[in-house]
Design a protein around this ligand. Structure first.
Ligand code: ADP
Ligand code: MG
Length: 758
C-alpha cells in the first residue's frame, strides 16, 4: 500500500440499544427510530404533542438499531479500520454516550459468548488470523491497557495500582505515557489474558464498578509491528497502533451542592469529555488556529486521532426511551459535529521506536554469540581428540549441525571425564595426595563443562523465546477449513461493502432529488406551476422550521452549558477567595514570599512544584555548614560565644537555655522571738544571777566549755552558758534585752541585793 496523504473524515456511527427490562416494565415510550437504509436517526420529542414540533433527523455514516449484531458492526465499520492498522496506520475507536447505553457492550461485549463479543475481542481474532495467513512477514503484537480517572493515568497492567503515570512528548514520536507497560502477545489467548488482568484491576479499588466505569476512560492499545522485505531488498517495518477507547458516560455530572473534594471530582470527571468536545468544535470550526489538545489528558493522548494522522471511528451509543431524550439529543449533536473532522491518515514506516527492529537485532546478536561458542567448542573438541590420539578421522562438522549433534557432543565429553575420574580412583599406584589433586582437577573440569553447557543452553533458550514472540504466518495456508472460513469472511465483507455503497447512494439520491426537482419540471399550466411551487414551498418551509428548531435547541444547550460553567466558576472562585483569605490572615508575608519565590510551574507535568531550598542556584546541593558552627548545634557568632563564656546571659544561651543552678527550698521555720519579760522581773533575775556570781561558785565546768581563755572569765563580766539556747545576731542588738552585756551597770534599776527580799 502506498502512502496515503489525502484527508478523510472521522467516521461516525450511531447505535441504539434495545429497551431494557425496566423500561419495558415501566412502559416507556420509544422516541428513537432508526432508518438503517438511509443512515438516519429520527428522534421525536415526547413532550409536545407531535404536531407543533417536527421530529429531529440526523444522518450518519451508518446507524445500527436494537437488532444489530456485534459481528455486523465489526464487519461493516470496524474491520476496515483494523485492516488499515495491520497495514501500518494508526487507528482509534471511541465509544461515546450516556452511561448504560452500551459503550462497554460495544467495546467488550459479553466475553464468553462468541455472538455477543465486542470490538476488542473481535479485533484480537482478526489480527491473529491475519498474521497466520500472511507470508514472508514477521509480526510483533503488544498490548497496553490504561485508565484515566479524574485526570490521572493508571496503568491497568501494572502490579502497582497506586502509581500514577505521566504524559511525555517527544518531537519525533509525539505524546506517549511514560513507563506504561506493554506485553508482547503471541496468540489470541495471551492477549485475552492481558485484557482480563486489566479488567480485574479496573474493578479493584472501586467500590461500585458501574459508577467507576461511568466516570473513567479506559483505553486498550494494541500495537502491531510488521517487518517485510521491501523492493529495495531491505527489511522495512510498519507500525500500526489501535486505540480502543471506552469513554466515561457523557451525561451531565451534577455539581449542585458539591463542595471541596466532591466539587473537584465533578469538575474533573468530565474535564476530558468537555475538552474532547472543545477539540472537536475547534477542529470543525475551521477558523480557530488553536486546538486545545493540551486541556486534558485524553485529548493529548488521542491528539493523533482527532485531526491527526490516524483513522478514527466514533460510535455514539444512545438509548431509545423517552426519559433519555435530552441526553440522546446531546449525544447526537455531539457526534454530528465530529463527522466533520478531517484526518490525514499516514502509514508509519520505519519509526524510530519500533520494538521489532530491536528484537531482530538482538536475535541476530545472540545467534552470532551462539555460533561463536559452538565454533570454539568444536575446535576444542578436535584438539582434545587429536591430543589423545583417539579417532582422528572424525573431522570438521558442518556449521549447520543441529541440537541432536550438540547433545551428543556434551554427553560424550561428560562420559569421558567420568571415565577418567574412575580410572584415577581405581589406580592404586598413585600416592593418595596425588590422587586427590587429580580428582579435584577433573571435578573442576566437569564443573566448567557443565557451566559452559548451561550458558550455551541459556543462550539458545533466549534466542528461542525471542523468536517465538515474532510471529510468522503462512504455515497452514492450505488448510481446507481455513480456506472455507476465509471465503465466508470475504463474502461477509463484500456484503458489508455493498450495504455501505447502497446507503451512500440512497443518501445521494435523496439530496439530489431536491436539487433537481426544479430542473426537471416543465409546467403545462400556470395552475400546475403554482401547485408544484406551493408544494415545494411547504417542503422548504418545513425544513426552515426544522433548522430554526435546531438553532433554538443548540442555543438552549449552549445556555445550559454556560450556566454550568458559570456555576463551576463561581464555586471555584469562592474556594480561591477562601484560600486567599487564609493566606492573607494567617501566613506571614515573609513566608508567603518565600513560597511564591520557590514555586514554579512544570510544563512537562503541568503541575506547580517547589524548588529545593538552596542559595546556590545552579548547583543543586545544599549549603555547607558555616565554619563557626563546628561543634555546635547551630551557627554562632564569635561575639555570642564570648558572651556565653563571660556572663550568664540568657541572650546567648542558644544551646542550653535551662538554668540548672540549685534553688534553695522555701523556709518553713520562723525567727526565734524570746518571751518578753517585765523589766522588774528581769532586773530581779539579773540581780539574783549576779549574786550567784559573787557567791563564788566554782564554775570551772562552764569555763572549759566556753573557751580556753581563763582571762575572759577572770574579767568578771557576765558570761552566761550559751549552749542550748540559739543566739542570733538580732538578739544582741535588742536594747531591751536584760542579758545584754551592755546592760550590767545600767542606772535604771536599783541594785538588788539577792533573792531574798529585805
Ligand atoms: P455503558 O458502558 O455505556 O455504561 P453497558 O455497555 O454497560 O453501558 O450497557 C448497559 C446494559 O445494556 C448492559 O447490560 C448491556 O448488556 C445492555 N446492552 C447495551 N447495548 C446492547 C445491545 N445493543 N444489545 C443488547 N444489550 C445491550
Ligand atoms: Mg461502561
Amino acid at each position: 500500500m502506498s502512502k496515503n496523504k489525502s484527508s478523510e473524515s472521522v467516521k461516525v456511527v450511531v447505535r441504539c440499544r434495545p429497551m431494557n427490562e425496566k423500561e419495558r416494565a415501566a412502559k416507556f415510550e420509544r422516541v428513537v427510530s432508526v432508518d438503517v437504509k438511509l443512515g438516519q436517526i429520527i428522534v421525536r420529542n415526547p413532550r409536545e404533542a407531535s404536531a407543533s414540533e417536527l421530529p429531529k433527523i440526523f444522518t450518519f455514516d451508518s446507524v445500527y438499531d436494537w437488532n444489530s449484531k456485534q459481528i455486523d458492526l465489526y464487519d461493516e465499520t470496524f474491520r476496515p479500520l483494523v485492516d488499515s492498522v495491520l497495514f501500518g496506520f494508526n487507528g482509534t475507536i471511541f465509544a461515546y454516550g450516556q452511561t448504560g447505553t452500551g459503550k462497554t457492550y460495544t467495546m467488550e461485549g459479553v466475553r464468553n459468548d462468541p455472538e455477543r463479543r465486542g470490538v476488542i475481542p473481535n479485533s484480537f481474532e482478526h489480527i491473529f488470523t491475519h498474521i497466520s495467513r500472511s507470508q514472508n512477514q514477521q509480526y510483533l503484537v503488544r498490548a497496553s491497557y490504561l485508565e484515566i480517572y479524574q485526570e490521572e493515568i493508571r496503568d491497568l497492567l501494572s502490579k502497582d495500582q497506586v502509581r500514577r503515570l505521566e504524559l511525555r512528548e517527544k518531537p519525533d514520536t509525539g505524546v506517549y505515557v511514560k513507563d506504561l507497560l506493554s506485553f508482547v502477545t503471541k496468540s489470541v489467548q495471551e492477549i485475552e489474558r492481558v485484557m482480563n488482568v486489566g479488567n480485574q484491576n479496573r474493578s479493584v479499588g472501586s467500590t461500585n464498578m458501574n459508577e467507576h466505569s461511568s466516570r473513567s476512560h479506559a483505553i486498550f492499545v494494541i500495537t502491531v509491528e510488521c517487518s517485510e522485505l521491501g523492493v529495495d531488498g531491505e527489511n522495512h517495518i510498519r507500525v500500526g497502533k489501535l486505540n480502543l477507547v471506552d469513554l466515561a458516560g457523557s451525561e451531565r455530572q451534577t455539581k449542585t451542592g458539591a463542595k471541596g473534594e466532591r466539587l473537584k471530582e465533578a469538575t474533573k470527571i468530565n474535564l476530558s469529555l468537555s475538552a474532547l468536545g472543545n477539540v472537536i468544535s475547534a477542529l470543525v470550526d475551521g477558523r480557530s488556529s488553536h486546538i486545545p489538545y493540551r486541556d486534558s489528558k485524553l485529548t493529548r493522548l488521542l491528539q493523533d486521532s482527532l485531526g491527526g494522522n490516524a483513522r478514527t471511528v466514533m460510535v455514539a451509543n444512545i438509548g431509545p426511551a423517552s426519559y433519555n431524550v435530552e441526553e440522546t439529543l446531546t449525544t447526537l449533536r455531539y457526534s454530528n459535529r465530529a463527522k466533520n473532522i478531517k484526518n490525514k491518515p499516514r502509514i508509519n514506516e520505519d519509526p524510530k521506536d519500533a520494538l521489532l527492529r530491536g528484537f531482530q537485532e538482538e536475535i541476530a546478536r545472540l545467534k552470532e554469540q551462539l555460533q561463536k561458542r559452538s565454533g570454539k567448542k568444536k575446535r576444542r573438541g578436535q584438539r582434545r581428540r587429536a591430543g589423545e590420539g583417539s579417532d582422528s578421522d572424525d573431522l570438521e562438522e558442518g556449521e549447520t549441525e543441529d541440537d541432536d549433534e550438540d547433545g551428543d557432543y556434551w554427553r560424550e565429553q561428560q562420559e569421558k571425564l567420568e571415565g577418567e575420574r574412575k580410572a584415577i580412583m581405581d589406580d592404586h599406584s598413585l600416592v593418595a595426595e596425588e590422587r586427590v589433586r587429580l580428582l579435584k582437577e577433573k571435578e573442576k573440569k566437569m564443573e566448567d563443562l557443565r557451566r559452559e553447557r548451561e550458558a550455551g543452553e541459556m543462550l539458545a533458550a533466549k534466542v528461542k523465546a525471542m523468536e517465538s514472540k515474532l510471529l510468522v504466518g503462512g504455515k497452514n495456508i492450505v488448510d481446507h477449513t481455513n480456506e472455507q472460513q476465509r471465503m465466508l469472511e470475504l463474502k461477509r465483507q463484500e456484503i458489508a461493502e455493498q450495504k455501505r455503497r447502497e446507503r451512500e447512494m440512497q443518501q445521494q439520491v435523496e439530496s439530489r432529488d431536491e436539487e433537481t426537482l426544479e430542473l426537471k419540471e416543465t409546467y403545462s399550466s400556470l395552475q400546475q406551476e403554482v401547485d408544484i411551487k406551493t408544494k415545494k414551498l411547504k417542503k422548504l418551509f418545513a425544513k426552515l422550521q426544522a433548522v430554526k428548531a435546531e438553532i433554538h435547541d443548540i442555543q438552549e444547550a449552549h445556555i445550559n452549558d454556560r450556566q454550568d460553567l458559570e456555576q463551576t466558576q463561581n464555586e471555584l472562585t469562592r474556594d480561591l477567595k477562601l484560600k486567599h483569605l487564609i493566606i492573607e490572615n494567617f501566613i506571614p508575608l515573609e513566608e508567603k514570599n518565600k513560597i511564591v519565590n520557590r514555586a514554579y510551574f512544570d510544563d512537562e507535568d503541568e503541575y506547580w512544584k517547589m524548588k529545593p531550598i538552596t542559595r546556590i542556584e545552579d548547583d543543586h546541593q545544599m549549603m555547607t555548614r558555616p565554619l563557626s558552627a563546628v561543634g555546635y548545634r547551630r551557627p554562632l557568632s564569635h561575639h555570642a560565644r564570648m558572651a556565653m563564656m563571660m556572663r550568664p546571659d540568657m541572650r546567648y544561651k542558644a544551646e542550653n537555655i535551662i538554668m540548672l543552678d540549685m534553688d534553695l527550698p522555701a523556709r518553713t521555720t520562723k525567727e526565734y522571738q524570746e518571751p518578753v519579760i517585765a523589766p522588774k522581773v528581769a532586773a530581779a533575775l539579773e540581780d539574783a544571777l549576779r549574786d550567784e556570781d559573787e557567791i563564788q561558785v566554782d564554775a570551772s565546768g562552764f569555763h572549759s566549755s566556753l573557751g580556753p581563755s581563763p582571762s575572759t572569765s577572770a574579767s568578771g563580766s557576765l558570761k552566761k552558758p550559751k549552749s542550748g539556747r540559739p543566739r542570733t545576731g538580732k538578739k544582741s542588738s535588742t536594747p531591751t534585752s536584760p542579758f545584754s552585756p551592755a546592760s550590767p551597770g545600767s542606772p535604771l534599776y536599783p541594785q538588788s541585793r539577792g533573792l531574798v527580799p529585805k
